[in-house]
Design a protein around this ligand. Structure first.
Ligand code: ATP
Ligand code: MG
Length: 467
């Protein structure tokens, strides 16, 4: 689950639990209210009835009996003379329904079954009617009365039901609003992380100088940005140090190697005939190794200086001419191994780029196509122009490359078959140089092959170099 979803869920749950607790408290508080109102109403009615009876006006003050049998007077009312216990008055409802008597000053709730054909008070299907009963000891005009008064609670039940429904609906609504709000809040909280992630994602060895912007203040995200920037500083420092080390070392090795090769040449030209056979053999081996080392140092210098470049100085490059002339140079090498070279290029393939570097890149590609070929094999160079790039394909017969090694051949010092490469004097830097040069032009390279049959290196170059 993503952090955003987790924060959202956390806020929504916290909000839901708070709202639930709040609703329960509100419900408990409000549920008392209708009872208090009904109790007050019963008390007022009891006192009013006693006053009427004291004045001898009770019967006339109450509504007449209606067709339902108990009149529109909604109270169950019994008034007793306190001392004698004689019933002075009872309402029609009290005559029809028996309710338990309660002690004066106390309250009770009683549920009894009343068939609707007897009286219909709005009772539900199970005919159970619930009453709130109160009892009062009232003294009026020197006379003592005991009043038992009750009223059905259907209205009250409806109100409580409505209240509960209202609270549940409010709870559902507020939860939904909370989910929406928490989604946006989580997005807002995580926005700096998203910005950091995008920035870090775009940082590579080519733009190690980029840093995450640090805002004002001292929030956690700022601290994180400062820490990541410090880490990038160290990374950039060691990266540049390593690159410079490679460049400086190869540069330092260049002159001694040239001196060694010249010395060997001199010994050869001066004494070649007089030298004993074993010395001649050792000198030849030494010469080969020095030549190999020189090639390696040259490639290392090439690659490290290319790594140091951020862009190229573009000029108009006639790719058809460049490739045709290169192919002519390599034709002799190919013919020595009975390899046939076919070139199919459009008349004009023009791009903006660096001629020298492109020359170096395609030399390496053609060199490989001939080196890793078979006697009597074939090399095809094809070029075409698409809407967004120029595509050059160099295909050669030969051992090819296994599927899992296709991308690795562009790594530094990677050689598919060490012995084969060493035999050819390869150092494993040729394709790394090709890749870097093509990337500097804004393009990319791809290797395809059917092992044991052929290998195809494809170069994609944009028409215009964009910095
Ligand atoms: P260098 O080019 O530095 O002299 P190299 O040729 O060994 O040395 P790369 O050109 O980088 O190094 O090639 C890497 C490896 O990929 C080679 O060792 C070779 O095994 C394999 N390879 C490259 N091109 C081809 C090809 N056209 N056909 C088959 N294998 C190839
Ligand atoms: Mg090579």
């Amino acid at each position: 689950m993503t952090v955003k979803k987790r924060i959202m869920l956390f806020i929504a749950c916290a909000g839901f639990i708070t709202s639930l607790l709040f609703s329960v408290v509100v419900f408990c508080e409000l549920i008392e209210q209708p009872f208090a109102i009904l109790d007050k109403e019963l008390k007022q009615e009891a006192y009013r009835a006693v006053r009427m009876i004291g004045l001898g006006q009770l019967e006339s003050a109450l509504p007449p009996v209606d067709s339902a049998g108990y009149g529109s007077y909604p109270y169950w009312l019994k008034i007793y003379e306190r001392d004698s216990g004689i019933i002075l008055y009872q309402s029609n409802l009290a005559k029809l329904v028996n309710l338990p008597s309660v002690e004066p000053g106390s309250k009770d709730i009683a549920s009894i079954v009343i068939p609707p054909q007897q009286i219909y008070l709005g009772q539900p299907k199970n005919n159970e009617a619930t009453f709130r009963i109160r009892s009062f000891a009232i003294t009026y005009a020197g006379r003592g009365f005991t009043v038992q008064i009750a009223r059905s609670m259907f209205k009250l039940k409806d109100e409580i039901w409505e209240l509960a429904l209202g609270l549940v609906a409010g709870l559902i609504f507020s939860s939904m609003v909370l989910i929406v709000i928490s989604y946006f809040v989580a997005g807002k909280i995580l926005k700096p992380i998203g910005t950091m992630r995008n920035l870090i994602h775009n940082i590579s060895d080519k733009n190690l100088g980029q840093r995450i912007p640090v805002g004002a203040g001292s929030g956690e995200f700022n601290e994180l940005a400062v820490t990541i920037n410090r880490m990038l500083d160290m990374l950039q420092y060691s990266f540049v140090k390593q690159r410079n080390f490679l460049f400086d070392t190869s540069h330092e090795m260049k002159t001694p190697l040239s001196t060694m090769r010249l010395a060997i040449d001199e010994i050869y030209s001066a004494n070649s005939e007089n030298l004993p056979a074993f010395l001649q053999e050792n000198l030849s081996r030494l010469n080969n190794q020095v030549l190999r080392l020189e090639r390696l140092v040259k490639n290392l210098l090439n690659l490290s200086s290319l790594e140091m470049l951020d862009n190229i100085k573009p000029e108009t490059v006639h790719l058809t001419d460049l490739l045709t002339s290169l192919a002519a140079d390599y034709r002799f090498l190919a013919e020595a191994q009975n390899i046939k070279m076919d070139i199919k290029l459009p008349d004009k393939l023009i791009i903006s780029g660096d001629t020298d570097k492109l020359n170096r890149a395609f030399s390496n590609i053609l060199d490989n196509a001939i080196k890793y070929n078979i006697d009597g094999g074939q090399v095809n160079v094809e070029g075409k122009q698409t809407t967004d790039s120029i595509v050059i394909e160099v295909t050669n017969t030969g051992p090819g490359i296994a599927e899992n090694e296709k991308d690795k051949v562009f790594e530094q010092f990677y050689r598919v078959e060490k012995s084969r490469s060493i035999r050819h004097g390869g150092s494993g830097l040729g394709l790394a140089i090709v890749k870097r040069i093509i990337e500097l032009h804004g393009g990319n390279v791809e290797m395809n092959s059917v092992q044991g049959e052929w290998a195809k290196l494809t170069v994609f170059l944009p028409h215009m170099y964009k910095q």
